[in-house]
Design a protein around this ligand. Structure first.
Ligand code: GLN
Length: 491
């Protein structure tokens, strides 16, 4: 039996459209029907742009008829709602931006659109990307397609769930401390966080500017490589985007790991890791060894300091970045009396509890008298963490470890315990602190049938070796061929 159109990967869909088996309009309709059937349960989308998607699909078909074969021509994707889209509401998962429609489009999205992407809609996120479960969304919580009572991870949980529920062929997310890799792991799809500066942040609503990066959630590694090739590269609108040339990432997918050295960091296999997560990750690494990679133990001694460092740096940057939402310039305004009252009321009503917590913490660590003790110290320790990785990458090409200590937790389980929530990020924040890249690839299921992710970290601009390793592992296993059934049979 041939696959339903919504179930195709990007490379399969492109092959089908190239041989004329179906059109971009038909493909887009199939996705919109799938969304209509499943999204009332999964709740991945904050905004659907069905009409626009069909227009874009018709335009893609016209381009193809005229001989165009752009790399994403006619491919329906979803975009995390922290990336600005001209003319389409962009909320950042926050009530303060409930009615905000940006006048311009983020560079990453624009590059995909120029390559022919069809945008299905904007996906749910923790408010301003602050969270690990989408429970901090100001609108609703997204449900994990593998178990609707569990979180999809966050903050790009809407994007992870949309891909896992086959409500988009792929999606963009953003990753400040794990927000692409964590939902990828919890939802059983591929997640790729590029190196800091690999993809332009122009039009990405800033959370932690020295950590933020646009990433991809996809059905397989080949699709992730394709999307990265389209959206990476320097952008005059973002001075931190790297001028390094963009390789054809698909060309790195040789299927071969022979000769690669893969680092196994002692500090990432610690007490508190769910036993079946550790077992699956170790088994994956053993398989890479059997396939010809050399497995080398490495040490990253400053790992235990990463979580506090991250939550000082990220909140400091957030407190500065979020000062622009003042009830005057963007979005919601309480319309209260004096200018000060209006600031206070607009921010007080517009922001949710977690965002307020972070603004307060960030303001505190930057304030006179505490700056040296907290923010400056955190930046110094950040350098030590970076040096750990520089030393490790002198010995190995890639580092392999779990994405998260557990599989997807239950909705509500950690919602009132911020520290427990922050601990979900313990293995994903270091690549952001050190400007590195990282991927999550499905590597098994726990006893309850929930997906487990293998994390592969690479040095700055090491996307090719990360993708090569991820792809070789994926091709040697069948995890990426398992799909969630988010809708009860007969529902
Ligand atoms: N969970 C982390 C946080 O809340 C990471 C979020 C992200 O990567 N955007 O900050």
């Amino acid at each position: 039996m041939s696959k339903a159109l919504y179930a195709l990967t990007i490379h399969e869909a492109l092959a089908g459209m190239r041989r004329g088996a179906f059109s971009a309009v038909e493909l887009t309709q199939a996705l919109l029907e799938r969304i209509a059937q499943t999204d009332s349960q999964v709740k991945a989308y904050l905004t659907l742009t069905a009409e626009l998607a069909l227009e874009q699909a018709a335009a893609a078909d016209a381009r193809r008829a005229a001989g165009d074969d752009a790399p994403l021509l006619g491919i329906p994707m979803a975009i995390k709602d922290v990336l600005c889209t001209a003319g389409v509401r962009t909320t950042c998962g926050s009530r303060i931006l409930e009615n905000f429609t940006p006048p311009y489009t983020a560079t990453a999205v624009r590059r995909l659109a120029e390559a022919g992407m069809v945008m299905l809609g904007k996906t749910n996120t923790d408010e301003f990307a602050m969270g690990s479960s989408t429970e901090n969304s100001g609108y609703f919580t997204t449900h994990n397609p593998w178990d609707l009572e569990r979180v999809p991870g966050g903050s790009s949980g809407g994007s992870g769930a949309a891909v896992a529920a086959q409500e988009a062929l792929a999606a963009l997310g953003t990753d400040t401390g794990g927000s692409v890799r964590l939902p990828a792991a919890y939802c059983g799809v591929v997640g790729l966080k590029p190196s800091y500066g690999r993809v332009s942040r122009y039009g990405l609503v800033a959370y932690g500017s020295s950590l933020d990066q646009v990433g991809v959630l996809a059905k397989d590694v080949r699709d992730a490589a394709l999307i990265l090739s389209v959206m990476a590269g320097h952008d005059d609108h973002d001075s931190t985007s790297m001028p390094a040339p963009v390789p054809d990432y698909a060309a790195a997918l040789t299927g071969d790991v022979r000769g690669l050295r893969i680092g196994l960091p002692d500090e990432y296999f610690i007490a508190g890791v769910q036993p079946d997560v550790e077992a699956a990750v170790r088994q994956a690494i053993n398989l890479l060894g059997e396939m010809g990679a050399e497995i080398v133990r490495v040490s990253l001694p400053n790992t235990e300091k990463a979580l506090p460092v991250y939550y000082l740096v990220a909140t400091a940057e957030a407190s500065a970045n979020l000062s622009r939402f003042d009830g005057v310039r963007y979005g919601f305004s309480a319309g209260a009396g004096s200018i000060l009252e209006n600031y206070r009321e607009s921010r007080g009503q517009g922001f949710g509890a977690e965002v307020k917590r972070r603004i307060m913490l960030g303001t505190y660590v930057l304030s006179a008298g505490y700056y040296d003790a907290y923010y400056l110290k955190a930046q110094q320790v950040r350098t030590l963490i970076k040096q750990d990785f520089e030393a490790a990458f002198g010995q190995v090409d890639v580092i392999a470890c779990p994405v998260a200590p557990t599989t997807a937790f239950r909705i509500g389980e950690k919602a009132n315990d911020p520290l427990a929530m922050y601990l979900s990020d313990v293995f994903t924040i270091t690549p952001n602190l050190a400007g590195m890249c990282g991927a999550s690839v499905p590597c098994g299921f726990d006893a309850g049938g929930l997906p487990i992710g293998l994390q592969l970290m690479g040095p700055p601009l090491g996307e090719e070796v990360v993708l090569r390793t991820a792809h070789a592992y994926e091709q040697a296993t069948t995890w990426h061929t398992h799909w969630a059934q988010p809708v009860a049979v007969g529902a």
